[in-house]
Design a protein around this ligand. Structure first.
Ligand SMILES: Cc1cc2nc3c(=O)[nH]c(=O)nc-3n(C[C@H](O)[C@H](O)[C@H](O)COP(=O)(O)OP(=O)(O)OC[C@H]3O[C@@H](n4cnc5c(N)ncnc54)[C@H](O)[C@@H]3O)c2cc1C
Length: 427
């Protein structure tokens, strides 16, 4: 933790945070990848703004009452204070550096904010290969390129590991007899890539990407120029588009059981979905929650038979088949409500719950490259067998590309192929 950041407890809140002229408070948790991603940015920003603004951290699990009082129900959450009054936005989940800066600048006088901004001078870095995405595909490509002594930078707005890092148990990655916690596999892969000489820019904002010029701007200040780019940006949970979903995302609605299930010890939870992720993650949530109601649009589950068998045997889980959510609402600090519709009859009813998890499939992370690639009908990038895309010197690997099976093993295979093909081209 940076020297300009002070760790406090609920008892210090009033005298430290509320008595400060300007303050920012980070509610963090353990085993929380977005919290770790934020920690790196928070450290760096405390060095820039720490003379003018007081930076605090507070452990959410150890200070639950204060968190509830301040309506903090997700980790990490950043709160900004001016003369004891909360101000600006409440930032939560995958927090961008630019959003933190906007709120910090909002606290202090304009000339001070400008002086600090002027201190951060833009700079350029050159490399042979830039990899967008540090999931299994990107890290494996980096490992092979690093071992081939090819100057490589991996860029990721989160921490290394991608989805693997948030999967509680991975039992099908070869080489391990026992199931491995996903975050450990992520740690091993990240460290292995680093020890091969790869440079990592993680927990950053990817400000812009120019695939033609092979230029990537990071955090608004560093321009990375590469000879070749590998796009390994994976996919993200598909939003349902239900009223209230956006509003309560990270604040009553979660997409990550590994990150948030622990906050539902002894509580009631609603899960939306019926595929592999929904059922496997419900089984994990069942370790904590008192009850889980799975709301699924079809008459049967789509998960694999093994997971289905376990879910049907789990007494805490009940099913509402052929139902869809229509509205998500909040009641007070901790309670949520889901209005569900029975698809056959059109009848609606309300489920009162403590939290909602949504597992409704994925969409490719392609929005940074509009109209650039040849895509399949689902929006995934088409490649040749060496992972080359329709854009010259740009490759794609992992879940972002057209393929039948999206797994860690298939992602690392794609990364391997792209890296070897590039190594041969660069000679
Ligand atoms: C709940 C769940 C459980 C799973 N369980 C298993 C399992 O047990 N076994 C298994 O083999 N597979 C499992 N999978 C599938 C597996 O996790 C994926 O197939 C694999 O992670 C894909 O790797 P990837 O590197 O292509 O993408 P990801 O893992 O999605 O990584 C993509 C990375 O790109 C980053 N990124 C996004 N946008 C940008 C951008 N604009 N610029 C730079 N970086 C960006 C992201 O932050 C992320 O780190 C599971 C998936 C889920 C969702």
């Amino acid at each position: 933790m940076g020297e300009k950041i002070k760790e406090i407890n609920a008892g210090d809140f009033e005298k430290e945070v509320l008595k400060a002229e300007f303050a920012v408070l980070d509610f963090y948790s353990t085993e929380c990848p977005p919290c770790e991603a934020l920690a790196a940015k928070y450290d760096a920003l405390s060095l820039l703004y720490g003379d003018d603004i007081k930076f605090f951290k507070i452990f959410r699990q150890g200070n639950k009452e204060l968190a509830q009082k301040l309506e903090v129900s997700g980790s990490p959450t950043l709160l900004f204070y001016k003369n004891g009054k909360i101000t600006g936005e409440k930032l939560t989940g995958g927090i961008k550096r630019s959003d933190i800066i906007k709120n910090l600048e909002n606290l202090i006088p304009f000339d001070k904010a400008k002086a600090i901004r002027d201190r951060t001078k833009p700079f350029e870095t050159k490399c042979s290969v830039a990899i967008l995405g540090g999931g299994p595909a990107g890290l494996t490509a980096g490992l092979y390129l690093g071992q081939a002594h090819i100057d490589t930078i991996i860029i990721d707005p989160a921490l290394p590991g991608g989805y693997m890092a948030t999967t509680h148990q991975v039992s099908n990655y070869p080489g391990f007899i026992e199931p491995q916690p996903g975050y450990m596999l992520a740690h091993y892969m990240g460290e292995q890539a680093k020890s091969a000489g790869v440079n990592l820019r993680v927990a950053v904002d990817v400000t812009s990407v120019d695939l033609d010029k092979k230029e990537i701007v990071v955090d608004g200040i560093e321009t990375i120029r590469a000879d070749k780019i590998i796009v390994a940006t994976g996919s993200s949970p598909r939003p349902l588009g239900v009223t209230g979903e956006k509003e309560y995302r990270g604040n009553g609605i979660s997409y990550c059981a590994t990150c948030d299930a622990k906050y539902f010890e002894g509580k009631d939870v609603v899960v939306i979905g019926g595929g592999n992720s929904a059922i496997e993650e419900s089984l994990f949530i069942a370790k904590f929650a008192k009850s889980i109601t799975i709301v699924h649009q079809f008459a049967e589950l789509q998960a694999n038979k093994e997971a289905q068998k376990k879910a049907f045997a789990e007494k805490k889980i009940t099913f509402m088949f052929e139902h869809e959510p229509r509205v998500f609402k909040r009641h007070g600090n901790m309670d949520m409500e889901v209005e569900v519709e029975e698809l056959k009859t059109g009848l609606r009813k309300n489920l009162r719950t403590n939290g909602i998890f949504i597992f409704a499939g994925f969409l490719p992370n392609i929005s940074m490259f509009p109209d650039k690639f040849k895509l399949d009908k689902w929006g995934y990038i088409e490649t040749d067998s060496d992972m080359r895309t329709s854009v010259k010197d740009v490759y794609a690997s992992g879940d972002i590309r057209t393929k039948a099976y999206r797994q860690i093993t298939t992602a690392v295979a794609d990364g391997t192929i792209a890296a070897i093909a590039i190594s041969k081209e660069l000679g």
